[in-house]
Design a protein around this ligand. Structure first.
Ligand code: ADP
Ligand code: ZN
Length: 733
């Protein structure tokens, strides 16, 4: 194999090609430093007057005055990037049409990677005896003993012993705990594959066995693990993680939402006796640095993280779990546009790892791949403990005749009342943050819109402001209409969760109402606290947005009322049906997760809509087959290829002119029988003052569309303030 013949070590003075994070279209040649360097080494190189980070990418290209080649300044103190990772980055770059330096930036998101090591404080068991025994102190000592001689960071030790940091500092003063300065990042506490675990049901055990065998094989393979919420998917895939740990390989679990990590880390601790490494935007810089380094040095056995964790420098990655694999947040919509689900599968092929895609409501893509035999499919039929999925029924809102500005039907109210009497919880689901989606002037009809986006401003009473959900801009609610200047006539139209909470409090004055919406919580910790409170019965009625659809466990919840089941079905997006189907089933799955039976009620104005009917009937396979047929007929993913080209400019005419020009010059596309549609306003037509125009390109599967797209878009001369981005496999079409 060519890979084995490739030179892997360069002696001092040898010419090497270095890929840097600078936006250049090629590698740069440097001389290997004293002591030489390995292929894949992370290095610091001089570039003009600066020093930049790079990776040794191969032998130098030469072709210029070799005497002028400068030397690599320094080889960084981290293991070289492995071949699997380099190949993976090249492949993602090709697939998503991304320049390599941008890929390298993704792969080197470690704060202070080039900095000299700084000292940090670590804690281990000392010789001293405490002046006084307390429970908290005993727990600290026991935790340190249990891990025989290992050192911890202060936060870690406090977390694992369940004490405050002041307890540890007190013990340091008495010499019971030793504080040391270490120039190194600490490895994460060892996870023990056989620490915890539950007795699996027959169904679960079968699935766990199959997954374990996959991991044990040491080969690539992807499994779709499907089971209703509460069927034990997490319990089952943690068995695969355990097997991976036993084999001494690293594992990665991707979660769609940071808000879910806290709960998940607790579960890992219960199962494996310690907490894993964490990687997402909410993690401190010190911890991120530690995570990156320890992943590279094999000091982290398991990483729990967001999609960018895929680009961490794993030494030997044996398993990737993509939990809630259908979740749209796995698609990165900024910078490098990639689907973390698809890239996880790709990465696994390069490092002979197993992939588990877990979901109660898989994406059509994964379902189709399983149908086609590309993925193995494992189904967990029964839900653990509870006997069945909640019963689902529609409430025909046409018959309800609600008064104005009211959204809870009498039929739904009666069910909520019955739950309150039994001491059970109800969830009212509405996927709309804020108080009201529209603020209208009753005098002139003007609707308050964002100044910079093609979006209405949404009133948030809790924050006492209007907010644009597209750009996040907020402003105070005005007294007078910004258009006609008449005062006191601005009125909210339509429901948001805050307004729904008002109606609920009015209808059930004696009930305790809790609202779960991302913008009402200052931190993930505050949210976790609220979720914990609700789980323990601290609320009778929960009002929630999409946030509650994802993975939280409320044992007392037996009723789910969907306020507007039709909400997602408007618009022309071909994925609307799939999304609504997934969301409704996820939300309904919140009801009756323990022994009590659940009921889900869908308020709808179109109970005969095929998607609503499919949701109610529970005939999932039938729904997917029908969806698949439609997509196939339209030639769109997963049966055809799509790419979105978005042209954005401060000037709408410029954007459209460029779009039209592209549409005319379609020869490179016609060569591969690809079709162009548009230009048309993009799904987000204006954001932060930039107008966005989109063209869609459709091609048959297997067509090398990236090459054609590059040639096609390359024909354009793009003005300075205009940007073009290419999105392979766009989310909406
Ligand atoms: P899912 O990931 O499919 O939603 P979970 O793995 O979270 O399901 O399981 C739901 C709940 O049931 C969790 O609290 C889990 O610990 C529990 N559970 C699942 N299987 C078992 C089992 N075999 N024994 C005991 N508890 C279980
Ligand atoms: Zn805006």
């Amino acid at each position: 194999m060519a890979a084995e013949q490739e030179q892997s070590y360069f002696e001092e003075g040898a010419l090497v090609a270095v890929l840097t994070t600078q936006p250049l279209d090629r590698t740069l040649d440097y001389r290997a430093p004293a002591g030489g360097c390995f292929l894949g080494a992370f290095v610091e190189v001089p570039l003009g007057p600066r020093k930049v980070i790079g990776v040794v990418w191969g032998a130098g290209q030469g072709g210029f005055d070799l005497k002028k080649a400068r030397a690599i300044s320094r080889v960084l103190d981290v293991p070289p990037m492995g071949r699997d990772m380099r190949d993976f980055l090249v492949k993602v770059a090709d697939y998503t049409i991304t320049p390599m330096p941008a890929m390298l930036r993704l792969a080197t998101r470690a704060p202070g990677l080039g900095d000299p090591p700084s000292m940090r404080k670590i804690y281990r068991l000392g010789e001293g005896v405490p002046d006084r025994e307390t429970d908290a102190r005993r727990r600290v000592v026991e935790t340190l003993r249990e891990y025989g001689g290992l050192a911890f960071t202060l936060g870690e030790l406090a977390e694992m012993a369940g004490v405050s940091t002041s307890v540890i500092k007190g013990l340091v003063k008495q010499g019971v705990v030793r504080e040391e300065a270490s120039p190194r990042d600490l490895p994460y506490p060892t996870l023990r594959p056989d620490f915890g675990g539950v007795d699996l049901s027959e169904d679960q055990a079968r699935a766990a066995d199959a997954l374990r065998q996959g991991v044990a094989s040491g080969r690539y393979g992807t499994t779709l693990l499907k089971g209703v919420t509460g069927s034990g998917k997490t319990e089952v895939y943690l068995e695969a993680v355990a097997e991976c740990l036993r084999k001494g390989r690293q594992a990665l679990v991707l979660l769609p939402e940071i808000a879910l990590t806290a709960e998940f880390l607790d579960r890992v601790e219960t199962r494996f006796g310690a907490r894993p490494a964490e990687w997402h935007s909410g993690v401190t810089l010190t911890e991120r640095r530690r995570c990156w380094r320890m992943v590279a040095e094999n000091g982290a056995q398991l990483v729990v993280g967001a999609r960018s964790a895929l680009y961490l420098p794993f030494r030997d990655l044996g398993l990737i779990v993509v939990d809630e694999e259908h979740d749209t947040s796995y698609k990165q919509e900024d910078g490098v546009l990639y689907s973390a689900r698809d890239m996880a599968v790709l990465r696994a092929t390069y490092c002979s790892a197993q992939v588990i895609l877990a979901s109660a409501t898989p994406s059509l893509e994964s379902w189709a791949n399983a149908q086609a035999g590309k993925y193995r499919r494992l189904d967990l039929a029964a839900r653990f403990g509870a006997s069945e999925l909640p019963e689902m029924r529609a409430i025909d809102m046409r018959a309800e005749k609600l008064p104005g500005a009211r959204w809870i039907s009498e039929a739904l109210k009666a069910q909520v009342r019955a739950r309150i009497e039994k001491g059970e919880q109800s969830l009212l689901f509405l996927n709309r943050r804020g108080y009201a989606p529209v603020t209208i002037c009753r005098a002139c009809g003007h609707q308050i819109a964002c100044d910079n986006c093609d979006a209405r401003m949404v009133e948030h009473r809790f924050l006492k402001r209007l907010m644009c959900h597209q750009c996040g801009e907020t402003k105070p609610v005005p007294e007078a209409c910004p258009k006609c200047e008449v005062e006191g006539r601005l009125a909210p139209v339509g429901p948001g969760v805050e307004r729904l909470a008002e109606e609920t409090a009015e209808a059930f004055p004696e009930a305790r109402v809790a609202v779960l919406s991302s913008d009402l919580f200052a931190s993930a910790r505050a949210l976790k606290a609220q979720i914990g409170l609700i789980a323990e019965g601290g609320a009778d009625i929960i009002i929630g947005t999409q946030l509650v659809a994802k993975g939280h466990n409320f044992p007392l919840l037996t009723l789910v009322g969907v306020i507007d089941a039709d909400l997602g079905l408007q618009g022309s997006d071909l994925r609307a049906a799939e999304r609504t189907f997934q969301l409704m089933r996820q939300v309904a799955g919140r009801a009756g997760r323990s022994e009590r039976k659940g009921l889900a009620l869908l308020q709808t104005y179109q109970p005969e809509h095929p998607v609503i009917r499919a949701i109610l009937s529970g005939d999932e396979e039938g729904f997917w087959q029908a969806e698949a047929r439609e997509r196939e007929a339209a030639g769109v993913p997963p049966y055809g290829r799509l790419a979105g080209i978005v042209i954005s400019s401060p000037d709408v005419q410029t954007a459209f002119d460029l779009g039209n020009q592209l549409a005319r010059q379609d020869a490179p596309l016609r060569q591969v029988q690809a079709q162009v549609f548009g230009p048309a306003p993009a799904p987000i037509a204006r954001i932060r003052g930039r107008h966005r125009v989109r063209l869609l390109v459709k091609a048959a599967k297997g067509v090398p569309i990236q090459k054609a797209l590059t040639a096609w878009v390359g024909q354009l001369r793009v003005p300075a303030n205009t940007r073009i981005s290419i999105d392979i496999d766009p989310q909406s079409f």
